[in-house]
Every structure is written in C-alpha cells, then in structure tokens.
Design a protein around this ligand. Sequence first.
Ligand code: G3H
Ligand code: 13P
Ligand code: ZN
Length: 309
Amino acid sequence: MALVTTKDMFAKALKSDYAVGAFNVNNMEIIQGIVEAACQENAPLILQVSAGARKYAKPAYLLKLVEAAVIDTGVDVALHLDHGEDFEICRKCVDDGFTSVMIDGSKHPFEENIRITREVVEYAHAHGVVVEAELGKLAGIEDAVNVDARDATFTVPEEAAEFVEKTGVDSLAVAIGTSHGAYKFKGEPRLDFERLKEIHKLIPDTPLVLHGASTVMPEFVARCNQYGGSIPGAQGVPEEMIKEAAKYGICKVNIDTDLRLAMTAEIRRYIAENPSDFDPRKYLGPARDAIRDMVAHKIKDVLGATDKR
Ligand code: G3H
Ligand code: 13P
Ligand code: ZN
C-alpha cells in the first residue's frame, strides 16, 4: 500500500482499452467515497487536487487525508496535481510527495508550452514523479465548425507527436471537443474521434488524457432541480463516448463535475426531507455514499476498470 505513480496503471490500460478514473478531491467525504468505490471494484485509482482545492482545504490537509485513505484501506493511489499552471506549483507538489503532476501550458504558444513542460519534466523525473501536459484548448465542437477552426482549438496530431518527443512528457491531455463543467454541448454531444484516432496512431505508446469527461448524470441534475436547485440545460459527455475514447489511447478520464452533482443532489434531498436535522454527519454520510455508488458505476460500467488493479 502506497502512493504510486501512474506508470504501471497507464501501461496496462493502454494495452487493454480501459481507462483509469481520475477524480478531483476537495474534502474528507469526497476522498472516502471515491476510495471506497475503488476498493469495492478492485480498480486502479488517481486522486487529483486542483489549485482551487489546495486553496480551499489547504495542501497539508489534502495530502494527509489521501495518505490516511491509503493507510486505512491498503489501496494504492496515484496523487496527482490537476492543471498546474506553472513550474512553481508543480515543484511544490513534487516536494510534498505527489506522485504525478500536470503542467497545463495549453494557454501558451506551442514553443513556450514545450519549454515550461520540459522544465517540469526534468524536475519531476529527477524526483521519480510523472508528468501530464496539455495541448489544445478544451471547447465544444460547435464552436469550431470547420477544419481550420478546429485545428486552431483542438490538438493537432502532428504537434502532439512533436510535443511528446521534445518534452519527454509521460501522458498528454488532448482537446477533442470536451470542456469542463456541467454545460458541455449546446446541441447534440459530439467529439472529434477522427482526431483522437490520428493522435493515437502517431503516438501509440503515449497515454492520452480526457479532461472534461463528466457525464453530467441526468438523475443527479434532476434531483438537484427537484429539491430547490436550478441547473437547467446541463449536459455532459455520454457514457458510450467515454467507452469509445478508451479504445483510442485515452487512459485517464477526469471527473469532477459528476462528483459535485452527486454530492449536492444528495445533500439537497436529505435536508429537504429532514428539515429538523442539523448534524452535518446526517447529510454528509449519504452524500459520501452517493459518491461511492456513482464512482463504482463509472469504474465498472463506463471505464471498464473493475479488477484491473
Ligand atoms: O479542471 C477543473 C476541475 O474541475 C477543478 O475545478 O479549479 O474549481 O477546483 P476547480
Ligand atoms: P469535468 O468538469 O467534466 O468533471 O472535468 C474535470 C476535469 O477535467 C478536471 O481536470
Ligand atoms: Zn481538467
């Protein structure tokens, strides 16, 4: 039992067309729900921490909570920095004991993205830590109707190959039409699978990462709305598309929005149905269970990662 890197997890996933779930964590109940599901499913697991999570919970709390989960369950976990924006935050996380960091240089021009990614790779690898980088901008397909516009937004396959070669990065997040949050598509959900296939063909040994991969599960949106929420028109990536993506090199699937929705739906329901309760454990307990069940469903029915530990 330990904090491990994603190296073995991805090598296995790449060979067998399933994907490892990478779940964003912000507090104890979220961590416990996710880890319980991974144990139940005997699945590999990545817990990831954003800059926002570090600000909310403080780095030491999140680190210790994840370490506690490892001690408590005996399960191996990769602890990953999500969307590190510069060398400094990546360095801090490497020094703190993270086993994986993401340097997100996607907002920079290509050459600058290569430069800062290379810098992080050198530092991280020297400390036994793996690195994810990102190329292209996350946006829905409807915003880029023609090929030129898509090339300006999404990951260009030839650039992906050059980027991986020049940076030595361990995995690459690609932009093929997903986006963060609960409003991913204006019309029919669509991803650029041809582009994904081309990227995978050019760099078949590089594990690819799908950000913005929440399904925005309708039952949780409905429950939020039923109990006083207002989340109209929310739409995510259909489960079938995630399964399809895992066939073309996607080894890591990032999920945060579905955790937020599952937790909020259950808290809203509990509080609405039990107006006289005010013990946080009464509503955080069911919220943790809702996260566990949702994550178990993802691992088993969407990612295909059950018994892949
Ligand atoms: O990539 C975005 C993740 O959902 C993290 O979100 O920055 O609000 O923690 P956050
Ligand atoms: P979602 O907003 O689709 O959950 O994506 C999360 C993510 O990509 C974290 O990096
Ligand atoms: Zn992301």
